[in-house]
Design a protein around this ligand. Structure first.
Ligand SMILES: Cc1cc2nc3c(=O)[nH]c(=O)nc-3n(C[C@H](O)[C@H](O)[C@H](O)COP(=O)(O)OP(=O)(O)OC[C@H]3O[C@@H](n4cnc5c(N)ncnc54)[C@H](O)[C@@H]3O)c2cc1C
Length: 399
């Protein structure tokens, strides 16, 4: 290494950290990536287990709506590495992609391992060293301190990018323990909260026969959030993309409701239910007039018993079935977390005002988004932004 080569430390080897390292490496810095776990990208690999949704193929303004309150400050960052750029980057790593009917983009392999392998091989072409099992525990003045298998290690770098993830799935590395270190530095932090979480419902024993079955073709809503996606019923409650995207409403205290017939109006349902019933039981009447399947019938009985007899009241139940006492599953099970480093603690370059030369990227920043590829897209974009800004900073400040 030339004597005056600037040095960079990236702490956290998830998608945000690896992208920051890629940009720092490409800019010619000598980079060390340190991660607490025995290998990099464990959550990224887990994301690939259910089909790695890399990004969303949709107009940029639509994409940005997913980031809610954080959209104004994330906008230039994601504009510089948008959904199309994510796709080009993945293809450039030799990963063929496909776009599903809803615009979600996946690698053809569906999983994350081939992409991660190709990405790490690219990083190996730069001046980048990877240190696994290095747990960052804080600072000793301007040195980062790590617990390593060989004892405590301290490292100084000209610039540092923190990409330590959120506070869910701690066993994959992102335990949120970094928050105490940054708080001690006076960095503004928003409290962590589960985002894209499953819903806990205390079902009665009557629901057991439908556990494991998908609930399709319904509409979930909670406060301003609504979704037509799917969910799976289980002993633990409701899980899956359809429910994750409305979990924010439940988190904010809104009631969860299910529309069992989102494509029929209240009037249509009432008219069908008003047909002569004869001697048929109410269940048979519902089956005949509305083709109510077993899963939806079980839910109706579970959540609306005793069922109203009048067609109008019954139709109302079908259109807005209240899921009483729904609460979020524990934060550690959530797909992602809200909260983290506040925008107010950062410069436009994503540098910590409290620690010049230290940049922040990925889920540890205070933004949230629904599933649909928006999470990885913002992690990659902020990682890239922080990595490039850190490289510029090093060039300007290191002689
Ligand atoms: C089951 C599941 C499915 C998902 N599916 C998708 C999907 O399809 N599409 C999508 O967009 N998103 C998905 N996500 C979310 C996505 O995986 C995360 O948002 C993303 O991985 C966050 O990237 P990151 O780099 O910010 O943090 P992480 O990927 O969490 O990486 C942070 C890294 O920092 C390391 N670290 C933490 N603390 C320390 C420390 N003190 N010292 C050293 N290292 C440390 C960790 O070991 C970890 O490797 C899914 C998540 C889960 C759990």
């Amino acid at each position: 290494m030339a004597e005056n080569t600037p040095t960079a430390l990236v702490i956290g080897g998830g998608p945000a950290g690896l992208m920051a390292a890629e940009r720092l490496g490409a800019a010619g810095l000598a980079v060390t990536i340190a991660d607490a776990k025995p290998s990099m990208g464990r959550k990224f690999l887990m994301a690939g287990k259910s089909g790695l949704n890399l990004t969303k193929d949709e107009p940029f303004d639509d994409l940005m709506k997913a980031y809610g309150e954080a959209a104004p400050w994330l906008r230039p960052i994601i504009q510089s590495f948008d959904g199309l750029a994510v796709q080009n980057w993945a293809r450039d790593l030799g990963q063929p992609l496909f776009t599903g009917t809803t615009g979600r983009v996946f690698p053809e392999a569906m999983k994350a391992s081939p992409l991660l392998r190709a990405w790490l091989a690219r990083l190996d072409e730069y001046n980048i060293v990877r240190q696994a099992r290095w747990r960052w525990t804080g600072w000793d003045r301007d040195e980062a301190v790590f617990e390593t298998p060989d004892g405590v290690a301290k490292m100084h770098a000209d610039v540092t990018v923190l990409a330590l993830g959120g506070a869910s799935w701690a066993r994959l590395g992102s335990d949120g323990a970094w928050a105490d270190i940054l708080r001690a530095d006076g960095v503004d932090l928003a409290a962590f909260a589960p985002a894209n979480a499953g819903i806990f419902v205390k079902w009665s024993a009557h629901m057991r026969p439908v556990f494991g079955q998908p609930l399709k073709g319904v509409r979930f809503s909670a406060g301003p959030w609504a979704s037509r996606g799917e969910a799976v019923l289980s002993e633990r409650g409701l899980e899956g993309g359809g429910i994750y995207s409305v979990s924010r409403g439940v988190r904010d205290g809104a009631d969860l409701e299910i529309d069992l017939f989102p494509d029929r109006t209240l009037q249509e349902l009432t008219a069908r239910l008003s047909r002569p019933r004869g001697k048929a039981s109410l269940s048979n009447h519902l089956r005949k007039t509305l083709k109510l399947d077993g899963v939806r019938m079980a839910l109706l009985n579970e959540l609306a018993r005793p069922l109203p007899q009048s067609p109008e009241a019954l139709a109302q139940c079908l259109k807005a079935l209240p899921v009483k006492d729904a609460t979020l599953r524990p934060m550690d099970e959530a797909i992602s977390t809200a909260g983290g480093v506040c925008r107010s603690a950062l410069t436009d370059d994503l540098m910590l005002s409290a620690r010049p030369g230290v940049f922040v990227a990925g889920e540890m920043l205070d933004w949230e988004a629904p599933t649909g590829g928006y999470l990885i897209t913002a992690c990659l974009a902020t990682g890239r932004w922080a990595g490039e800004a850190a490289a510029h900073w090093a060039r300007r400040h290191v002689v």
